[in-house]
Design a protein around this ligand. Structure first.
Ligand SMILES: CC(=O)SCCNC(=O)CCNC(=O)[C@H](O)C(C)(C)COP(=O)(O)OP(=O)(O)OC[C@H]1O[C@@H](n2cnc3c(N)ncnc32)[C@H](O)[C@@H]1OP(=O)(O)O
Length: 645
């Protein structure tokens, strides 16, 4: 096996974060393969300059990474992003001795700040002698606000280098808008588009993955338990899953009378991995909220977190195999609702012999499910916690999810949902995640954190990410674009749009279910009537329609009008009359605005519930917007703990 020892240089390459680069795809190109990235180049080991490996690496500017490059005998190393923007230098190295030391540094780090180096290992420059000339990454200006997390206050961001999600370097010189001849004739030079080069490069690398890996990434989040139901599940809109899996994880002990179980519902794209465990030691998405003596106290409670059906982290979803034909469902997967997801979870509870939950707890989409669980199974739920959730989706949130779905579906690689044997729609996913991120945080947070700072003010403005807020969104998209199944995003986000606990909607769905059950009993196939979508834009201009429900403006909701909450919703939440309920909201949340949680609380009270606790975190407490539930241990965690105990 040939190895190349690569020296990374950056003041920021220090501490345990560096170990995340293990598994990173190194970007050395194989000239025998048309400059497509050599697939087996992955960082194998990290050690300090003395060659020690492992966690004992002490902070120091120079670290050693050992890269396995298989049988490759030649490497061609390209320096990217020189001052001129597109000059390149090719250096041929014959790897006869199998070990050579090269210096690796990101020129782009000048532009994109230290984390960019770890993120992409963007370029490679040959020869140690040149390393001294290489510029160190520009330090990030620290943000000191007390409401920002420690990692941000330090101005140090942890980085992860998932090979699947790491943006790979462009395979050629940064491409400009036009060819060189046209440039000579133009008054001004054409711009370079490294952000587009990177997308093309990722497509190329996905295309050239060895077939056993498949171009489609494996969506798993580590080990989990699996509940398999042989019994079919009929979905609200008439679809049918002949059998299904629910991936789940648990923490704490189930007591003898099985009365201490808490069902934790996740947000849209989360897996069942809320907390590390022996089974899966990776930190979970609520790592600091769950544990002995913590907000969800595992000394007292048996905590169960599932991956929702429709998702891709072990539960049955569009990327699963349809037992009927042995092929992946793709967009033959049926339309889902929150209630369908909850019904599948309760099948798991049946399987675990849990008749009644101590509490149903959830945030964001999980906050919707938490309410839905109590409405669907009032006798099987004790306490209810709904954080940054709602009783029905608001048009603004539908609009934001619509735009995400549209950019994803417009990616030609989406291929109407049948991309599992091709290149996944990573560009559409990236854009969708960027839009989502805009809705997850808040303007005031970004004002404090990034202001109007550009990543590298010494460079002329670029159409590719340039301001820090742009590189932040770009990074959020990069990180996610191969992490979650695009079809799952479409189905789960649509299920959020369809969420409505108003009694009219509940009655409509009940009637539809009844009809579909009868059809199934009569031996007719599943599927709603008029299954194919036939919505087209109307030829005549749209005319305003009278509101279907009691009309209320946002301000009405904010001011708790004398008229009270909508009667339709009061009737819909009627089954929750006797459940002690905690509702939490965050003033800086634009996706599930605080008035929606006020609405839940008011509605429950109007329905006769005398045990409603409503907490709203003002902007003095959190500027993290919708993501506050993931970040604010003190207020979210503190109130949750008090309520549960
Ligand atoms: C709708 C629902 O039902 S679900 C709710 C939706 N929310 C989500 O899905 C969560 C999305 N958010 C996340 O995943 C976040 O990372 C959290 C909440 C887990 C952590 O938040 P924070 O600690 O504030 O991290 P933040 O969002 O700032 O991201 C930090 C990352 O951005 C990078 N970064 C920060 N600033 C910049 C910048 N200007 N340019 C480029 N990258 C940047 C950091 O290097 C770090 O990279 P890494 O994640 O690869 O280590």
């Amino acid at each position: 096996m040939n190895v190349v020892k690569v020296t990374l240089r950056s003041a920021d390459l220090s501490g345990p974060a560096c170990h995340k680069s293990i598994g990173a795809k190194a970007i050395i190109y194989n000239p025998f393969y048309d400059f497509t990235p050599y697939p087996s180049l992955t960082v194998q080991k990290i050690g300090d300059i003395e060659g020690n490996e492992g966690d004992k690496v002490t902070p120091r500017p120079r670290l050693l990474a050992v890269v396995n490059f298989g049988a490759l005998r030649w490497i061609e190393i390209e320096e990217q992003g020189k001052e001129e923007g597109h000059a390149k230098e090719m250096i041929h190295v014959q790897c006869l001795k199998f070990e050579l030391v090269i210096s690796m540094i990101s020129r782009r780090a000048q532009i994109k700040r230290p984390f960019a180096i770890m993120k992409g290992i963007k370029s490679v420059i040959f020869a140690a002698r040149r390393a001294s000339q290489a510029p160190l990454a520009q330090q990030r200006k620290p943000v000191t606000s007390r409401i920002l997390p420690q990692s941000m206050r330090n101005g140090r961001y942890s980085t992860s280098l998932n090979p699947a999600t790491t943006r790979s370097i462009s395979t050629g010189r940064p491409r400009k808008a036009q060819e060189a001849t046209a440039e000579r004739e133009s008054s001004n030079p054409a711009l370079a588009f490294p952000c587009l080069d990177a997308l093309e490069s990722r497509s190329a690398s996905l295309r050239s993955r060895p077939s056993e890996q498949g171009p489609e990434p494996s969506y798993t989040s580590g080990d989990h338990l699996r509940f398999h139901s042989e019994k079919p599940i009929l979905l609200d809109w008439g679809g049918l899953l002949p059998e299904f899996d629910v991936a789940y994880e648990t923490w704490g002990e189930l007591n003898s009378d099985r009365s201490n179980a808490i069902l934790l519902h996740t947000g849209l794209s989360a897996s069942s991995h809320a907390k590390s465990s022996d089974l899966n030691p990776k930190p979970g998405w609520w790592e600091k909220f769950i544990g002995p003596g913590l907000a969800v106290d595992t000394n007292k409670y048996f905590v169960i977190c599932t991956n929702v059906i429709g998702s891709c982290y072990g539960s049955t979803g569009p990327s699963s195999i349809d037992p009927a034909n042995g092929q992946r469902y793709g967009t033959r997967f049926p339309i889902l609702t929150m209630e369908d997801m909850v019904r599948a979870q309760f099948r798991l509870l049946d399987g675990l012999g849990i008749k009644k939950l101590y509490a149903s707890v959830g945030s964001s989409m999980g906050g919707m499910q938490s309410l839905a669980a109590a409405v669907l199974f009032p006798d099987r739920v004790g306490k209810v916690v709904s954080i940054s959730g709602c009783a029905r989706s608001h048009p603004y949130s539908v609009a934001m999810r619509h735009t995400q779905r549209q950019v994803l579906m417009m990616d030609p690689n989406w291929n109407r949902g049948f991309y599992y044997d091709g290149i996944p729609p990573h560009a559409g996913m990236k854009l969708a995640r960027e839009i989502a991120t805009v809705t997850y945080r808040s303007g005031p947070e970004w004002e404090q954190r990034f202001g109007r700072r550009r990543a590298d003010p010494s460079k002329p403005p670029a159409l590719c990410p340039d301001f820090l807020i742009e590189t932040y969104l770009d990074h959020a998209g990069e990180k996610f674009c191969l992490q979650y199944d695009p079809n799952s995003l479409l189905y789960v986000s649509k299920a959020m749009d369809l969420f409505d606990l108003g009694v009219d909607n509940q009655n409509r769905m009940r009637a539809l279910r009844h009809q579909n059950k009868s059809k199934l009993a009569a031996g007719e196939g599943p599927g709603p009537e008029g299954q194919s979508c036939n919505l087209t834009l109307p030829e005549s201009p749209y005319e305003e329609q009278p509101s279907e429900t009691t009309s209320r403006s946002l301000n009405d909701a904010v001011d708790a009008p004398a008229g009270g909450p909508p009667a339709d919703l009061v009737a819909g939440l009627g089954p929750m009359q006797h459940h002690p309920t905690l509702v939490m909201g965050v003033a800086s949340d634009i996706l599930f605005p605080a008035w929606q949680q006020r609405e839940i609380a008011e509605t429950l009270k109007a329905a006769g519930n005398r045990q409603v606790t409503h907490v709203e975190l003002g902007e003095d407490k959190s500027l993290f917007g919708h993501d506050t539930f993931l970040l604010d241990l003190e207020h979210i965690g503190g109130n949750l703990k008090r309520f549960l105990n």
